[in-house]
Design a protein around this ligand. Sequence first.
Ligand SMILES: O=C(O)CCC(=O)C(=O)O
Length: 342
Amino acid sequence: MVSATKTPKVINENWRRWLRDNLARNVPSSTLIGVMVEREFDADAVNACIEDIRSRPPEPSNAIFPEPDHLAGDWQAWVVRNIQKGVLEQTLIDAASREIKAAWAQRIKGLHLKSESQGYNYATAPTPRTGTISLEGRSIPILLEMAEPRITVYGNVLTKEECESLIALSQPKMLPSQTHDPATAKLVVKDFRSSQGTYFDRGDNDLIKHIERRLADLAQWPVENGEGMQVLQYRQGGEYRPHFDFFPPESPTSRLPMKNGGQRVATLIVYLNTVEDGGETYFPQLKLKIKPIQGNVLYFSYTDAESGLDRQTLHGGAPPVNGEKWIMTKWLRQKEFKYNLA
Ligand SMILES: O=C(O)CCC(=O)C(=O)O
């Protein structure tokens, strides 16, 4: 019998960029090789690519014109799929042009943080609990409190047992994380979000119900306005690059998810394990990093009562340098988030 030899996976421009970004953040090359080998790349090829990146001078900033992610990655497949469906070439060119415009508008507006955020009304922004807090007989220390943007870190919100139970419940149903493709509004797997994830509908089971009530109490926001819980697992080197949690008005894909519950107003991130090295949630505009410690909760809000958006809440999840990172995210909406819509 002839044994089939596997063609090594090609390191495309997206992966090369991922390597370059992580090397720039001082992630050890052994970690990066490990992540890519797990995804069936050849270790020698990855090593050669790392050496090549290291041997080149940094790119001059005026030469960088990145394309929107769906075009930078599998854009040929996107074109072929649509042509096969009968979509006209000109329609694709128009769609791509719109996307490039929207992606650049988002980037540029994201950088004009000061002027955009000046229009944000902190007096009507959602505000979580502060002061002395006792929940279900446990005292909850406030570890960090920031007013503008509104960011609070609480300690001791979930017990070790609750965190472990949530991980155990999630483990059998983890799938590669998805995000909305700006071209089609469909959920797709993207390199900028290299994690595994799963969801629990609101009130899915007694443990989830209990935790949702506790988080609603901390956030001072109704349970009914919360989306289901999302659990994320990042393996060594896995990350979530900086993004906003609200639906950006400049993106054509924002309209659909806002039909149920309106805009997102705040996020709660529950750390289900402690990450010794790396894995922080970071706010690049604020130069702020939050260390993942089991049972702690990070709260931040970004939509005021007039639907003004606080773009200083741009944030990401840094890659764990050693071991894994598990978090659970709860997004809160302006209005009730309904289930079982017809
Ligand atoms: O992994 C993190 O720390 C951040 C997660 C995140 O940004 C999100 O779930 O929206």
